[in-house]
Design a protein around this ligand. Structure first.
Ligand code: NDP
Length: 342
């Protein structure tokens, strides 16, 4: 691909809050770089079409040099035709009294046909990021309907959880976010997710590196305090940050979710250097996560593909948490299987 070849990006739920925060950044070149023209396809359901059309007008008014075109449609076949990157944001929110099975079934009706449309018409190099919840299992459903697309091209977003963890650590240690590397989010993008700092690295202003647990022990007043801080403060804060945002802001996180989606796709397309990051990808059985689940791992991106970082030791308490999160993913998978969605 030459730097100037246009790339087609499809965003579903484009009229929603995350879509509004996401599209302007893609159009400004944040994913492929400012020299690569972008063709945007905005997919919405009828109720969201007007909002998406309004967003399209504003995108034009930004006169972004990298924005080649914007098209709004309610037709999935059109939206995914020739697409290089599909950001599946629109999902059915959990309504009052809705059981998990109802939610999975409603989302199956969205992500199944979208997977089929991607299978039928997307570009050969298509990469899919699912943001709409339950993201991991929605990715599984979409992949199951796209037999001709390599299943590893379907991913789900845990980058926001990763970024939230980075920000909490940087604040606690009073260091720049960029000085922290090699933290991990394992498992499901849900309250069972497992933020893990045990392999974290802190790089000082002089370039010297030290283990993050040591830096935390120093900041918190001893190694014994770190375990308590992780259990009682850090992990719940990261896992429940979405609820905290809703409480303070009055509506759910949108710009930070969009920023994380950009980070995920940019790194996937352009590669990671230095630190690994976190993404929910198809398990190949690494770290005991059953093959075929879409679960979050430490990942590096090389030559346009995610690779799970291998060979890390996993402490017993972290492993127990991962097993809990993976159990939840298995339950979701079994439920969508029993509903005939995969
Ligand atoms: P948002 O844009 O705020 O959220 C969209 C999805 O992202 C939700 O499933 C939400 O999950 C999920 N999400 C994942 N991570 C986060 C996070 N960290 N913070 C917040 N949300 C997160 O929703 P809106 O209601 O504003 O917009 C959704 C749009 O999708 C609507 O315009 C609707 O019409 C459209 N839609 C389009 C479809 C399609 O294109 N076929 C299908 C269904 C809906 P959660 O609910 O758990 O917060």
């Amino acid at each position: 691909m030459s730097a100037q070849e246009p790339r087609t990006v499809t965003v579903t739920g484009a009229g929603g809050q995350i879509g509004y925060a996401l599209l302007f950044r893609i159009a400004s070149g944040a994913v492929f770089g400012p020299g690569t023209p972008v063709r945007l396809r905005l997919l919405e359901i009828p109720a969201g079409l007007k909002a998406a059309e309004g967003t399209a007008l504003e995108l034009q008014d930004c006169a972004f040099a990298a924005l080649d075109s914007v098209e709004v449609t309610e037709n999935a076949a059109r939206a995914f035709d020739g697409t290089n990157v599909a950001l599946l944001v629109g999902a059915r929110p959990r309504g009052p009294g809705m059981e998990r099975g109802d939610l999975l079934s409603a989302n199956g009706a969205i992500f199944g046909p979208q997977g089929a449309a991607i299978n039928a018409g997307a570009a050969d190099d298509v990469r899919v990021l699912v943001v709409g919840n339950p993201a991991n299992t929605n990715a599984l459903i979409a992949a199951a309907h796209a037999p001709d697309v390599p299943a590893e091209r379907f991913t789900a977003m845990t980058r926001l959880d990763h970024n939230r963890a980075l920000a909490q650590l940087a604040g606690t240690l009073d260091v720049p976010v960029a000085s922290i590397g090699n933290i991990i989010i394992w498992g499901n993008h849900s309250a069972t997710q497992v933020p893990d700092i045990s392999h974290g690295v802190l790089t000082g202003a002089d370039g010297a590196q030290r283990p993050l647990p040591d830096a935390l022990a120093e900041a918190l007043g001893g190694a014994g305090k770190v375990a308590t801080w992780l259990d009682e403060t850090f992990i719940p804060r990261v896992a429940k940050r979405g609820a905290e945002i809703i409480e303070v802001r009055g509506s759910s996180s949108a710009a930070s979710a969009a920023a994380a989606a950009i980070d995920h796709v940019r790194d996937w397309v352009r590669g990671t250097t230095g630190s690994w990051t976190s993404a929910a990808v198809l398990s190949d059985g690494s770290y005991g996560v059953p093959r075929g689940l879409v679960s979050s791992f430490p990942v590096n991106s090389r030559d346009g593909a995610w690779e799970i970082q291998q060979g890390l030791s996993v402490a017993a308490d972290v492993r127990a948490r991962i097993e809990g999160s993976v159990r939840e993913l298995e339950e979701e998978r079994d439920m969508v299987k029993s509903l005939g969605l995969v």
